[in-house]
Design a binder for this molecule. Structure first.
Ligand code: SF4
Ligand code: SF4
Length: 329
């Protein structure tokens, strides 16, 4: 996108923030995998197409491995936060929905909140509300008021006449736009993650169908095909499960957390060798159940934003759209 206001915004931001954005990572990567999130070194490399990049923002929001605290002389000392100023530029609506879910899940997590305070969220769309009509896994009816229900600081939409529209979604976003002389914007007040009309109806119908569906043939079919590799959970922007790792070496007594997956063999293993997810069928059912039943029950939000990254990641071709379609038949 060639737009002087956006270019100025990125140039000005670069003085204060590390700027990350969707970019083409390599021409030699397989189709679908070429686009990821990385630090912007050249603004011409930013991908403004609006496509969902394979890589996702979870890497910025939740590090793979995070030291929580050290044990020194019998005292717990909180690890020093590693939270640089990062501008997350070009987050699409689906990823903003995933972020909005993270904001609920990690509302009381001091480590997440510390990092989050230093992030500037800049959403982007090539034209609301028509984005991602083909991503029909879950919530696909983006209405005009979608921006009132997702978290962002600044939002950019490119319009068919080549112009852009700027929105602020927070005081921080307003201050940045004013500071950089981009006063021509509209402010959108966040009115909570759930629309006034109530939770998503399609979400409710899938939850109802899935809740007691363990004996449905769809799970037997996935049981035969899934190899429990966990690639889908790594690719998914709403998967947030982690393991706690305690070290008790003389030189390193500490607790860390690191990404994990319900497909990992030891994920639900407890003392005495009890493992409630001891078959692939139970694991894959659990994964879907978490997204489509448990998260909606707890947060009134979908646990799946319909980005299709898991489908792209799956080495045996399991397609979340088809799974949901089969279940809903
Ligand atoms: S489509 Fe797949 S990767 Fe995307 S949010 Fe849903 S479960 Fe996660
Ligand atoms: S990526 Fe596919 S095969 Fe691997 S755990 Fe997920 S559903 Fe199973």
């Amino acid at each position: 996108m060639k737009n002087k206001r956006v270019e100025k915004l990125i140039r000005d931001l670069s003085a204060d923030y590390f700027v990350f954005a969707p970019q083409k990572l390599g021409a030699d990567l397989a189709p679908g995998y070429e686009y990821g999130i990385s630090e912007v070194k050249d603004i011409n490399n930013i991908d403004w197409s609006g496509r969902v990049p394979y890589g996702n923002w979870k890497e910025v929001l939740l590090p793979h491995h995070e030291r929580l605290f050290d044990l020194k002389n019998g005292e717990l000392i909180k690890a020093k936060a590693n939270s640089p100023l990062i501008a997350c530029l070009g987050m699409n609506i689906l990823d903003l929905k995933a972020l909005t879910l993270f904001e609920q899940v990690f509302a009381n997590d001091v480590y997440y909140q510390e990092r989050r305070r230093n992030l500037l969220i800049i959403g982007y769309s090539t034209g609301l509300p028509n984005d991602y009509k083909k991503n029909k896994v879950f919530s696909h009816n983006y209405k005009e008021d979608i921006l009132e229900h997702v978290v962002f600081d600044i939002f950019i939409t490119s319009q068919s006449n080549g112009k852009i529209a700027l929105y602020s979604g927070s005081e921080k976003g307003q201050k940045i736009l004013e500071k950089y002389g981009l006063g021509d914007y509209q402010h959108i007040e966040f009115s909570g993650p759930v629309a006034e009309s109530g939770p998503d109806k399609r979400m409710a119908s899938i939850a109802k169908k899935m809740e007691n569906s363990f004996n449905h043939p769809v799970w037997d079919d996935l049981n035969k095909r899934c190899i429990a590799c966990s690639k889908c959970t790594i690719a998914c922007p709403t998967c947030f499960c982690f393991d706690l790792e305690d070290r008790n070496d003389p030189a390193d007594k500490s607790r860390s957390r690191k990404w994990s997956s319900c497909f990992n063999s030891d994920f639900t293993l407890i003392a005495g060798g009890q493992d409630d997810l001891d078959t692939v069928k139970k694991k894959i059912f659990f994964w879907y159940f978490h997204k489509f039943v448990r998260i909606p029950k707890e947060y009134s939000l979908p646990g799946c934003v319909g980005c299709n990254r898991c489908t792209l990641a799956c080495p045996v071709g399991i397609d979340i759209n088809k799974t949901i379609q089969s279940l809903m038949k």
